[in-house]
Structure formats: structure tokens, C-alpha cells
Write a protein that binds this ligand. Structure first.
Ligand SMILES: Cc1cc2nc3c(=O)[nH]c(=O)nc-3n(C[C@H](O)[C@H](O)[C@H](O)COP(=O)(O)OP(=O)(O)OC[C@H]3O[C@@H](n4cnc5c(N)ncnc54)[C@H](O)[C@@H]3O)c2cc1C
Length: 396
């Protein structure tokens, strides 16, 4: 129904081969790296080597629909690739397609000046640096962006940025070089013109990552979700992205295709959990029968298969709508995807954990971490309720 192009199919086959030959075999190496406390917050050499290999094979910047900067694929073609990458938590980075860099690169393509592109976009496209985006703040309900309190004031041919952000994904990565930061610059202006989006070099005096946050105890090393302090940070005038007061536009422009990418990645992770559930149900015996032969497990398997396919079809439909009608007309679908997919992933992964018994909760399986990733997506990038409210408003 939602037809992939011939080029999309060819890339799927090459990506699948790369996953089988390079990514899955590297998972144990990645786990070993993280198990060493001295290395945990460093980048494993093999990751950079895999990036070089992927780039040489043309499996690079596949998410960018603008062919001047990336692969120039349509959203539907990339959606299928994002599902394949999403099966392994570090895979997307190998193809330079990982959040938050992908969304930040899209924002830079759309809004940056030539100088800003030269300084930040080019090294991001080359995979030489990483980036993060800092919107949420510990002190206020950040699902309402008009609450955000970090300030930007004019000073000495530049600006002073002051405030505290948290859940800044990727900020703990030693390669993270630039933060997109939203700050209140025009408190008297109408709501949607009060905030500016800044490009803040991470190595600026007054910028400090104070800690790495954890979700259910997982710290997402070596990328991390940072709490970041901005203590009277002086920034030159050309640090403003787009124009002063345009932060909402920049933030919005990151979201359309980004939602589809995130959703497909999560579907990939849930699909992998489902496959693990099938295998465990077939291999393990309780009360004289394979676990999969017990009626309750039939339900877990059948429901999971149905929910995965429903979520996948909805996300493909959304990608197709983005291609045909653009992000404005796809708003209903984008909201539905953000509501449906994380909840589906939580349910499927939870059932996979149940079928695995104690193993599913332990560090010997990927499932517990996968659940933490999926559960966080019901809050990250706006909690479920916000997207339900948006959808209901669009329909009223
Ligand atoms: C793993 C992870 C990664 C993240 N990465 C980033 C990042 O890279 N950059 C960044 O800036 N932020 C990031 N965030 C932050 C995230 O966007 C915020 O946590 C989110 O927007 C919610 O804001 P809050 O935590 O302040 O919750 P609050 O705004 O305090 O909301 C708390 C709860 O109140 C309820 N609620 C709020 N509004 C409504 C409403 N209108 N109707 C009904 N109920 C409502 C919801 O149940 C909601 O969960 C990340 C979060 C997580 C967990």
C-alpha cells in the first residue's frame, strides 16, 4: 500500500547486510566497553571505525531529504531504514542518523546562516562532532514551553545566557560540541515570539554539564542525558539561530520527520523484543510444554503481532502523508504516531519481559533497557497527554 522506491529497497538490502555483518557482532564489544568504569564515558574506537565503513558504503546521512546535504530519500523510504537501525540502540549513529543530531541538522539546514552552517552543520554532516538540544528545565513544567525561564539578555555586542536545563540528550558525549538552547529573550512579546534559539559551543566559559540523569537507573552512557548549567554565559550576536524570537519555529521544524524517525526506531526495537519473545516461548519448557504452547502466551504473541503491525502501518501512512502533503497537513497523523508507538512498544516489550521471566529483567538481556527506552518516549518530546490534547484540538 505504501510503496518503497527501488532505491529505498536497494538501501534496505545493503543496510540489512551491514547490520548482520558489522552491527550485531559489535553489540558484545559495546557492552564490554560500558562494563569498564574507566571507559564508560568514552567513545569506543570500533564505533568510529564502523562509521567510516558505513560512510564508504554510502550508508550515511540517509535521514536528510535535502539531497544537497544528505541522501535525498523520501520519508517513506527512510522510515523502513529507521526501523532496521532501531533494532540496536547504537546503530543509528553509525549511519550518522541518530537523534538529536538528525533533528539538529535538519534545523540547521533550514534556519542557519552560511557561517553557522560552515561552523556546525558541516562537521555534523561529516560525523566529526555531536550536538544536543536544551529546552526542558528542572524548575518548571516543560511540557508547556511558555514556562521556560532561562534568559537571554543583550550585553556588550552580544548576549548573556543564564539558566539551567536538563534531560539534554547527548550532552555528556565527549564529542558533543554545540548545544541548541532555547531562552527567553523578549518577555514582553506575544507568546510565540518570546524565545530565541541559540547555538552555544559546549566549551564556552560558564557552560557546565553538572550530572548525567538516569532513566530507571540506565545512564545512556557514553551519550547521556545531561543536566546543564548556563552561568552568565556571554555569546556573540551571531549565536542566534534563524532570528531573535524565532525559537518556536526552529523547534517545530525539527519535529515532523523526526517523529517518524523516532517512531520507526522504536518499532524496530519492539519488533526485536517480539522476535526474542517468540524464540524464548519456543525454546523454554514449563509444566511439560514449551512456554509458547500455554494459552496465555498465545495471547501475548498474538496481541503483540497485531499491535506492532497497526503501529507500523500508521507510521508508514504518516511518512507517506509527509511526502505527499507536507508536515502541516500531516499534523493529525504525527500526533497519532507519537501517542500510539511508545505505548505499543511499552506493551510489547513488557510482554517479552514476562515471557523471559527473570532473564527479561536482568542485565543478561536487552529487554529491560529497551523497556526503559520505550517508557521514556512516553514523556520525551512531550508527554502523551500533550499530543492527545493537540490531536483532540485538531479534530474539534
Ligand atoms: C529520556 C528523555 C530524554 C529527553 N531528551 C530531551 C532533550 O534532548 N532535550 C530537551 O530539551 N528535553 C528532553 N527531555 C525532556 C522532555 O521533553 C520533558 O521531560 C517533557 O517535555 C515533559 O516535561 P516535564 O518533565 O517538565 O513534565 P511536566 O511538564 O512537569 O509534566 C508532568 C506530567 O504532567 C502531565 N501533564 C502536563 N501537561 C498536561 C496537559 N496539558 N494535560 C494533561 N496532563 C498534562 C503529564 O502527565 C506529564 O507527564 C527528555 C526527557 C526524557 C525522559
Amino acid at each position: 500500500m505504501f510503496e518503497v522506491t527501488a532505491r529505498g529497497r536497494e538501501l534496505q538490502a545493503r543496510l540489512q547486510e551491514f547490520m548482520d555483518q558489522e552491527i550485531y557482532p559489535a553489540e558484545a564489544q559495546f557492552a564490554e566497553h560500558l562494563a569498564d568504569p574507566d571507559k564508560r564515558w568514552t567513545i569506543p574506537t570500533f564505533l568510529e571505525e564502523l562509521k567510516s565503513k558505513a560512510r564508504a558504503l554510502g550508508l550515511w546521512n540517509l535521514f536528510l531529504p535535502d539531497a544537497r546535504y544528505g541522501a535525498g530519500l523520501c520519508h517513506l523510504d527512510f522510515a523502513h531504514l529507521a526501523e532496521i537501525m532501531g533494532r540496536c540502540v547504537f546503530a543509528a549513529e553509525v549511519f550518522n542518523c541518530s537523534a538529536p543530531d538528525s533533528g539538529n541538522m535538519e534545523a540547521l539546514v533550514l534556519h542557519a546562516s552560511d557561517e553557522q552552517r560552515e561552523r556546525w552543520l558541516q562537521p555534523l554532516l561529516n560525523g566529526e562532532i555531536r550536538s544536543a538540544i536544551a529546552l526542558a528545565e528542572p524548575g518548571v513544567a516543560s511540557s508547556d514551553p511558555s514556562n521556560l525561564m532561562s534568559t537571554l539578555s543583550k550585553r556588550d555586542e552580544g548576549y548573556i545566557l543564564h539558566g539551567r536545563k536538563w534531560w539534554v540528550s547527548g550532552a555528556c558525549d565527549p564529542r558533543c560540541s554545540v548545544l541548541l538552547v532555547m531562552a527567553l529573550s523578549h518577555p514582553e512579546a506575544p507568546l510565540h515570539q518570546r524565545y530565541s534559539m541559540l547555538l552555544v559551543p559546549q566549551q564556552t566559559h560558564g557552560v557546565k554539564v553538572t550530572r548525567a540523569l538516569q532513566t530507571f537507573g540506565y545512564d545512556a552512557a557514553p551519550f547521556g542525558h545531561g543536566e546543564v548549567e548556563f552561568d552568565q554565559v556571554w555569546l556573540p550576536e551571531d549565536s542566534v539561530l534563524a532570528a531573535p524570537g524565532k525559537a518556536f519555529e526552529v523547534a517545530q521544524s525539527r519535529l515532523g520527520s523526526g517523529r517518524v524517525h523516532q517512531a520507526m526506531a522504536l518499532i524496530g526495537l519492539a519488533q526485536r523484543a517480539f522476535e526474542a519473545m517468540l524464540k524464548r516461548a519456543a525454546d523454554r519448557v514449563a509444566f511439560g510444554r514449551a512456554i509458547g504452547q500455554h494459552g496465555m502466551t498465545h495471547q501475548a504473541i498474538a496481541r503483540s503481532r497485531c499491535e506492532l503491525e497497526q503501529a507500523r502501518l500508521l507510521t508508514h501512512a504518516t511518512a507517506s502523508m509527509l511526502d505527499r502533503r507536507g508536515s502541516r497537513l500531516a499534523r493529525e497523523h504525527l500526533a497519532m504516531v507519537k501517542i500510539v508507538v511508545p505505548q505499543m512498544a511499552c506493551s510489547v516489550i513488557d510482554r517479552a519481559i514476562q515471557v523471559h521471566g527473570g532473564l527479561g529483567l536482568s542485565q543478561d538481556s536487552f529487554l529491560a533497557n529497551a523497556y526503559a527506552v520505550a517508557r521514556a518516549q512516553r514523556i520525551a518530546d512531550g508527554p502523551d497527554e500533550i499530543h492527545m490534547t493537540s490531536l483532540a484540538r485538531l479534530l474539534s
